[in-house]
Design a protein around this ligand. Structure first.
Ligand code: COA
Length: 154
């Protein structure tokens, strides 16, 4: 795997929102993640808890990640989690996804959380092994057909 040079997360602003919408996964991966424009619509509707960020490497938008921080949510699996993660076609396998997950974990810790969840669609070519490689463990719960994984922050 090539190490990414210097990726960083940046807030979505009027200047970069259309660039964010240009971030597309491979067409066959659309069943695993919603398009960025849909995530941003949901972020607008859930602006108290949604935490959407563009993943930049230099001047290039290489991906999009959205976390959800909702400490008062009644369902524990929805209190602190990775909601969406899209690494652009042609930019996958270079460490950007791992970087984004670690950055969300850092933000989660900063907010006082000790656990991060993620839900993934099971299936060949899906992100399950990616999350397992990063230390997530399946909780055994399935919500809306998606497996719920968790990572305990040390
Ligand atoms: C899944 C996804 C986010 C991974 O991002 P990425 O930038 O390609 O992954 P990274 O390069 O950071 O890989 C991190 C680690 O996971 C491993 N990995 C990545 N994708 C993998 C896969 N499909 N199967 C097994 N391992 C995988 C890598 O080998 C790497 O391990 P290493 O650090 O030991 O080398 C990206 O492929 C993607 O956007 N997929 C389509 C949308 C999607 O499924 N999103 C998740 C929605 S929940």
């Amino acid at each position: 795997m090539n190490a990414p040079s210097s990726p960083r997360l940046v807030e979505i602003t009027p200047d970069n929102v259309l660039t964010a919408c240009e971030v597309k996964v491979r067409q066959d991966q659309n069943r695993f993640v919603a398009p960025v424009e849909r995530s941003l619509a949901e972020a607008y509707a859930a602006r108290e808890s949604a935490w959407p960020r563009l993943i930049m490497d230099g001047d290039e938008a290489v991906g999009f990640v959205m976390a959800n921080f909702a400490p008062h949510e009644s369902e524990p699996d929805f209190r602190c989690g990775i909601w969406r993660l899209n690494i652009a076609e042609g930019r996958q396998g270079r460490g950007y996804g791992g970087f984004a997950v670690r950055a969300v974990c850092e933000e989660a810790r900063r907010r006082g959380n000790d656990r991060v969840t993620v839900m993934w669609v099971p299936g060949e070519e899906g992100p399950e092994d990616f999350y397992l490689a990063l230390g997530f463990r399946p909780t055994g719960r399935v919500l809306g057909g998606e497996k719920v994984g968790e990572l305990l922050l040390g």
